[in-house]
Design a protein around this ligand. Structure first.
Ligand code: ADP
Ligand code: MG
Length: 628
């Protein structure tokens, strides 16, 4: 509890004790009134001030006004017939208890989430000219600086390890509890915790561009993207509160006048009392607070599992997913290719690998990495220039004066080279020199060990259709899809064809509310990520493109997390709907009871605070998603 909450708790206790004590005091008239005003003002002064300010600023229709009107009205009635003030004070008391509970719950879940996301590094260790370790603000560290990370410290900035080996705990980022072993040459991603060895790393980014900053930005901004349910509640409250106030006025005036008209007594007091009860019932607090809290908890719980959702609107859309479309390379397969065969034409094997590795010198495509790795001495002094990477085709570059094409069969056709079909299974990378075919290199990728499980779980959770899109050849695509159990495959697609396919899938879906999800690794598929109803990028540890283009970011590259993300979203939306129906249902019941005089003010406030507490407790359930 913070200071303010403690103060409010003390107010609640003092005021309750006073009210109970006053019940044993014999007093009448104005003296009684003055005695009871003490606990009333202790517990309600801030609400009265807020209500007054609301009227002054012409934003009157809020909860404070409802509470102020109801209690002042009840006190006036009590003063008029020397009745009981306890009720009015109790209304304030319970209202304040509800408020206290609410601020505690909201504060707690906020704290929970920032604890979950406890990845913000406080400092970076740099070595000064005297060889001493100095702690500096990570913001001040320039790219290329060598920093030291001791065991137990967080890696403050993304970098490459230049000295030492250690295990990294990535759980704050990925939800994955297994440590990751790293050594010289490996990338160290900020936000991970160094477990055992001392390491030195050379930073590759500034702090603001590092993974840790990107993730924190993303999580902090998530609550500003509102879902439809939240918009609904805001609009609902805006119409609902004034509507109830006017109904209350009508309830206080019309029935008594009607009674007089029919010749009976007006019973003003009864009807005014009912109208006041109406005001108490009308507080929309349960909805107003519990719906955003549910989304907040859902997003928080998800981020703990390494699923970052950029806003509650995306959480809502994700829960309606019916079709899941996958990119192949890097998403369902590891994206780590290995050369399995080399078939040169009029050139020797090494010569072919040499050319391919050179052309791929600067590419970040997984294929490029494998071709570079297959030729050990890539960084020789050959002259590589005019590099042109053509998405979905391959790369063209000038190597020692010759124009070399490295890519798929379509690319060979555009270069005018007569390519040869290969019987090996795998991805075939053809090479042409100045338009003349020079053979091909067979590389193969392996399916991720959990891809099959991921597709199975999606099916089991009620996803209608799984689709795979790839720029790779039909044969490879088909084999992967069969292995994994994907329904439909579309191969040999260029990035723009992938966008078209996803658009087709969006148009052909059964119902308007069904949503199409696209899952990719952010390499060559950013346009598709943004075109799909929901774009999920995976393996975001270190890849900015993916973090930016997607609506949902999976920190590690385990495809099983996709069904988990969908389940988290569904659980959260289920809770939101439960709360909406429950709160509105109870409200309507109470309003009816209040209007016909069955519910008194006691019941009204119990119902209100009770519904709110239940709705908040229900909302916090959205935080618990570990075992989904
Ligand atoms: P995927 O859809 O499987 O993720 P991409 O769209 O990234 O694949 O690439 C499609 C195809 O284009 C690859 O299978 C390959 O034949 C060719 N290609 C793309 N980039 C390169 C590259 N850097 N070097 C060689 N071939 C490439
Ligand atoms: Mg790809």
């Amino acid at each position: 509890m913070n200071k303010k909450q403690k103060r409010n708790l003390i107010r609640i206790i003092i005021s309750s004790v006073l009210v109970i004590a006053l019940n044993f005091v014999k007093a009448d008239g104005i003296f009684k009134f003055m005695l009871y005003m003490i606990p009333y003002l202790i517990i309600g002064y801030d609400i009265l001030i807020k209500a007054f300010k609301g009227i002054k600023n012409l934003q009157a229709f809020d909860e404070s006004l409802l509470m102020a009107l109801a209690t002042i009205g009840a006190i006036a009635l009590a003063l008029y017939d020397n009745g009981d003030y306890t009720e009015a004070i109790a209304v304030m008391l319970f209202y304040q208890i509800g408020e206290l509970f609410q601020s505690y719950a909201v504060g707690k879940s906020r704290r929970n989430i920032s604890e979950l996301m406890d990845i913000r590094p406080d400092y970076a260790n740099i070595i000064d000219e005297n060889g001493q370790i100095n702690k500096v603000d990570p913001d001040e560290v320039k790219i290329g600086t060598v920093i030291i990370v001791q065991p137990g410290e967080k890696i403050p900035i993304d970098g490459i390890i230049t000295e030492g080996t250690t295990s990294l705990n990535t759980s704050a980022l990925t939800g994955e509890s297994l440590p990751k072993n790293v050594s010289v040459g490996d990338e160290a991603v900020s936000g991970c915790v160094n477990i055992n060895g001392v390491i030195k790393l050379k930073t590759t980014k500034e702090f603001g561009e590092s993974t840790v900053s990107k993730i924190l930005d993303l999580v902090e901004n998530a609550s500003s993207r509102k879902s439809k349910s939240e918009d609904f509640i805001t609009k609902f409250a805006r119409i609902y509160t004034p509507a109830v106030v006017f109904s209350a006025v009508a309830l206080a005036i019309i029935p008594p006048l009607a009674l007089v008209a029919f010749g009976s007594t007006a019973m003003w007091q009864t009807w005014i009392y009912r109208a006041l009860t109406f005001l108490v019932i009308s507080c929309p607090c349960a909805l107003v607070i519990s719906i955003p809290l549910s989304f907040f908890a859902g997003i928080g719980g998800a981020s703990k599992e390494g699923v970052l959702i950029k806003g509650s609107n995306y959480l809502e859309t994700l829960s309606l997913a019916k079709t899941v479309v996958f990119d192949k390379t890097g998403t369902l397969t590891k994206g780590v290719f290995q050369v399995t065969a080399v078939h040169p034409e009029n050139i020797d094997e090494t010569g072919l690998l040499h050319l391919a590795a050179h052309v791929e010198r600067y590419s970040t495509h997984p294929i490029a990495n494998s071709l570079r790795a297959a030729y050990p001495n890539e960084a020789d002094d050959c002259n590589v220039s005019d590099i042109e990477e053509i998405s979905g085709y391959g790369i063209k570059a000038k190597v020692n004066g010759d124009i070399i094409y490295v890519g798929n069969s379509k690319f060979m056709e555009s270069a005018g080279a007569k390519w040869i079909q290969c019987t090996h299974s795998g991805t075939i990378i053809h090479v042409a020199i100045n338009g003349v075919y020079a053979g091909h290199i067979v590389i193969s990728d392996v399916v991720k060990p959990t891809s099959k499980e991921a597709v199975y779980r999606l099916k089991k959770s009620g996803i209608d259709k799984t689709v795979m899109l790839t720029g790779d050849s039909k044969e490879t695509a088909k084999k992967v899809a069969e292995d994994i159990g994907i329904d439909d495959v579309y191969a040999e697609l260029l990035p723009e064809d992938k966008v078209k396919k996803v658009e087709e899938l969006i148009e052909s879906k059964a119902a308007d509310k069904d949503k199409v999800v696209f899952v990719g690794d952010g390499i060559n598929d950013a346009p598709v990520l943004s075109r799909a109803d929901i774009g999920i990028a995976m393996g975001a540890m270190g890849s900015d493109a993916a973090i930016e283009a997607a609506d949902v970011v999976l920190m590690d590259d385990d495809p099983v997390k996709i069904s988990k993300a969908i389940k988290i979203s569904r659980k959260c939306l289920r809770i939101v709907h439960e709360n909406i129906y429950f709160a509105i249902g109870i409200k309507i019941l109470c309003l009816i009871f209040g209007a016909v005089g069955i519910a008194n003010m006691w019941l009204a406030i119990f119902a209100d605070v009770g519904v709110m507490i239940l709705a908040i407790l229900n909302a916090t359930r959205a935080l618990f998603v570990k075992n989904l």
